[in-house]
Ligand binder design. Sequence first.
Ligand SMILES: [Zn+2]
Length: 283
Amino acid sequence: MKICALIFVCAVCVIAAPALHAQANEQSRAMNQPVHPFHIIGNIYYVGASDVTSYLIVTPSGDILLDGGFAETAPQIEADVRTLGFKLADVKYLLNSHAHLDHAGGIAELRNVTQAQFVAMEGDVSALESGKSFPAVNPDRIIHDGDTVSLGGVTMTAHLTAGHTRGCTTWTVTTEDSGKLYHVVFVGSASVLPTYRLIDRPNSPATYPGIEADYERTFRVLKSLPCDVFLAAHGSFYGLTEKREAMAKDPAQNPFIDPAGYQAYVVRAEAAFQTELHHERGE
Ligand SMILES: [Zn+2]
């Protein structure tokens, strides 16, 4: 995928922001098309839209739901969970990749419906609670880098990968499929939005103090994570549509097992960040 596509997909986070709690605009509607839910691997299911993702992680003691899409994605996610034969009342934890309207917009509604505990990284709490660009939602538990959420023998680990937002979180989990163990990485986002400023200057302040160092640390973290199964907050980051179609054609293959695709994504995202940094430095 080209770098411009990375920028395009997350540009909606900013472009659509002034439309307070409104329906997704034309650009974001394209990312929010209904998709038939499906089994990805092990205990992980896809319940998201065409590009804004949502994942159901199933355990013997209840389920974990990662990301809520736009506000109007929530009913779609609810229908997808039911279509797969799971119960919304079994969702015990709601997790979030980051506090932008295309990933956190549906959390308030999903929390209402499931009565699940909403778990969020400290850096994103004020954005989640403010309700500025999506329905406000107060976390039930505030976490920090390295904290875990455990349920029914499944442990999800939260890695702070800040920059895209202050509390942007990459979740990891190990899953078993056909007797094999796989490291799964759910990338938050490492995109630099067109409106972001990375360098702090008197007449052009950084998007937030320390954003440049946060991104640099994020790329170190992403490179350090073992990854067999590559998933992310946007389907376009990892070729969701292509992989879904490939799996439907040949169920014997699982294209979501893609360690090389993960490494390539990290390289691409870091290159885009470096390009932006050079641009700001006037190089
Ligand atoms: Zn975003």
